[in-house]
Design a protein around this ligand. Structure first.
Ligand SMILES: C[S@@+](CC[C@H](N)C(=O)[O-])C[C@H]1O[C@@H](n2cnc3c(N)ncnc32)[C@H](O)[C@@H]1O
Length: 253
């Protein structure tokens, strides 16, 4: 497949090139999210820490991150648990960085959702933060993820509506929830929309704090992108929640 035809492909190559070299962006991530995971999304440290209890405390635990970017979330989870880390992303730039940063007990692949394959029942935990939206056929991709999970494995998803996906009624009406039910997967979901509204405010304030640093690096356009992404917090929460929602799903086979 010609990757340049995929949604946002070129933008993500540019994003991960900037993320590797920009001190302003790394400072912004630490300030907004509590840790620099080169986030292009909504996942702060609190959300990522919620994954830790699901990672078995054993030498040979294996975790996969779908849409792993430059691997920094996986690197953090490995540091906390000692697990093997695996990740794939369509951005070659991001995967090169991940391979450089995390050479031990790690495997990173350049790959496209729906095309990449792993051995069945390989993973104790599979995570996907703000990436499931890019599956062209959500039900088929969820079926594939189910095959990759060990029988008692956990699939942890951070899922935003009102951004790439349209806002639906609630946690059980998302495209993901429908695909999970189609595949007979059980889930618990937490609505963290209000927490996300506060996070986006923090993200905007952090961008503004590092504006001069972004500009001095020649990265003004990325600063402007961050402001654009957080325009929505100019509205009161009551209006915001009509248009946007965020859920954390903990899913079992
Ligand atoms: C919103 S970002 C989230 C990245 C990271 N998980 C996070 O939470 O910060 C989406 C990620 O999915 C990757 N991606 C987008 N479409 C993809 C596709 N079709 N196949 C593989 N990766 C894709 C992007 O390169 C990017 O790293």
């Amino acid at each position: 497949m010609d990757k340049t035809e995929l949604l946002f492909y070129t933008a993500y190559e540019e994003f991960y090139t900037m993320a590797e070299t920009s001190n302003a962006f790394q400072n912004f991530c630490r300030e907004a999210f509590g840790e620099d995971f080169s986030q292009d999304g909504f996942s702060n440290l609190t959300q990522i820490d919620r994954i830790l209890p699901y990672i078995p405390k054993k030498e040979q635990a294996h975790i996969l991150d779908i849409g792993c970017g430059n691997g920094k979330m996986l690197g953090y989870l490995q540091e906390k648990t000692g697990a093997w880390i695996h990740g794939f992303d369509y951005s070659g730039q991001a995967i090169q960085t991940a391979q450089k940063l995390y050479p031990v007990k790690a495997e990173f692949r350049e790959g496209i959702i729906g095309e990449v394959e792993y051995e069945w029942e390989s993973f104790d935990v599979i995570i996907s933060m703000d990436t499931m939206y890019f599956a062209k056929d959500m039900a088929a991709f969820v079926a594939q993820v189910k095959r990759w999970l060990k029988p008692d494995g956990v699939f942890f998803v951070g899922y935003q509506e009102g951004d790439v996906m349209p806002k639906t009624e609630g946690v059980h009406t998302t495209v993901l929830a429908k695909a999970l039910r189609q595949n007979g997967m059980v889930y618990e979901a937490e609505d963290i929309t209000e927490e996300t509204y506060e996070l986006l405010k923090k993200k905007r304030a952090a961008a503004e704090k590092y504006q001069a640093e972004f500009e001095a690096e020649g990265n003004k356009s990325w600063f402007e992108m961050l402001l654009g992404q957080t325009e929505c917090v100019k509205e009161e929460y009551a209006q915001f929640k009509e248009k946007m929602a965020r859920y954390l799903y903990v899913i079992r086979k």
